[in-house]
Design a protein around this ligand. Sequence first.
Ligand code: ZN
Length: 69
Amino acid sequence: MTTELKPCPFCGEKVVSVQEICNGFNQTVCWEFSCGNRSCGVKTNIYIKDRDMAIAAWNNKRAAQEEKI
Ligand SMILES: [Zn+2]
């Protein structure tokens, strides 16, 4: 089962792309989340090995943002 990727926490854009970025020096795996909305352009790097966990962290970011409003 794939963890559902929630919309951008900043603008609500549903098109969010996830890209794996691997750092060859220390084998750090990073997931780059980028918002598909050009006027928003948010890019977030989350340093978690597991893709589903990174997505969960992105989803939590959105939840935290909603709490502030
Ligand atoms: Zn956005």
